[in-house]
Ligand binder design. Structure first.
Ligand SMILES: CC(C)(COP(=O)(O)OP(=O)(O)OC[C@H]1O[C@@H](n2cnc3c(N)ncnc32)[C@H](O)[C@@H]1OP(=O)(O)O)[C@@H](O)C(=O)NCCC(=O)NCCS
Length: 217
């Protein structure tokens, strides 16, 4: 992952100035001009019911309010996720696919959140984006720990969380705005020390695992 300076744009209230780049993705702060695609992709019950704060139905006014009131404060970040044009989609502009970020509430460690438009599920995009988000949180913003939660009926999100190194810490309840009720969730935590170890293991991983020698000869 590389981080480059953001160019000044028409962002209303950027909570993060970093631009994160991965092999297939670019992550940058949401802007006014993102409202239309945010409204289109977020207006989906399958997305809303798995997240805490997305209302359903979701329209342009909701997207405008979201972009105008991005969580702010030290150690907070919100990123719009785009598929890069180079490689994945060489003929077109970057494709907006979803949103991710983290915010600290009530003096707790920051909690990550993310969603993708349904057409983009199942390609490893969330895992790639969340790993970049985590590297930013620990590497640039120097957080000591990150939290995550997933509904117990959301195995895809649990997979993303576990593939990123989070450890299960317990069960709880979270209010889901779109259904107006509290639902069971699993809670997770990733400490800086584990992130450092995972990064070190990744860098020193044995490139190939040889076959067990056949000792019969
Ligand atoms: C959760 C979400 C972000 C996942 O995005 P994604 O890009 O499809 O995720 P990835 O492809 O990186 O990883 C998903 C993993 O879950 C697995 N998975 C998907 N559906 C699954 C299911 N029903 N049961 C078990 N595993 C499942 C995938 O196989 C994959 O694991 P693998 O890489 O080991 O094969 C996306 O489905 C989404 O936006 N959902 C609605 C909003 C939401 O749930 N946000 C998270 C709130 S906590």
């Amino acid at each position: 992952m590389t981080i480059v300076e953001a160019t000044p744009g028409s962002t209303l209230a950027e909570s993060s100035t970093a631009v994160l780049e991965t092999e297939r993705l670019v992550l940058r702060a949401p802007r006014i001009e993102d409202m239309a695609w945010i409204a289109e992709l977020a207006d989906n019950r399958n997305v809303a019911e798995m997240t805490a704060n997305i209302p359903h139905p979701y329209g342009m006014a909701d997207a405008a309010a979201f972009v105008a009131n991005l969580p702010s404060g030290a150690g907070t970040a919100t990123f719009a996720i785009f598929l890069r044009t180079d490689g994945y989609n060489p003929l077109g502009p970057p494709i907006p696919v979803g949103m991710c970020g983290f915010v600290a509430r009530n003096g707790e460690h920051p909690e990550i959140g993310y969603w993708l438009g349904e057409p983009y599920w199942g390609r490893g995009i969330a895992t790639e984006a969340v790993r970049a988000l985590i590297d930013h949180a620990f590497g640039d913003l120097r957080h000591e720990a990150l939290l995550a939660a997933a509904r117990v009926v959301n195995p895809a999100s649990r997979h993303v969380i576990e593939k990123c190194g989070f450890q299960w810490t317990g069960a709880g309840l979270t209010r889901v705005r779109s259904i107006g009720a509290s639902v069971p969730v699993d809670r997770f935590r990733l400490d800086r020390s584990l992130w450092v170890s995972l990064r070190a293991w990744g860098a020193t991983a044995h490139p190939t695992r040889g076959r067990v020698p056949d000792r019969r000869h």
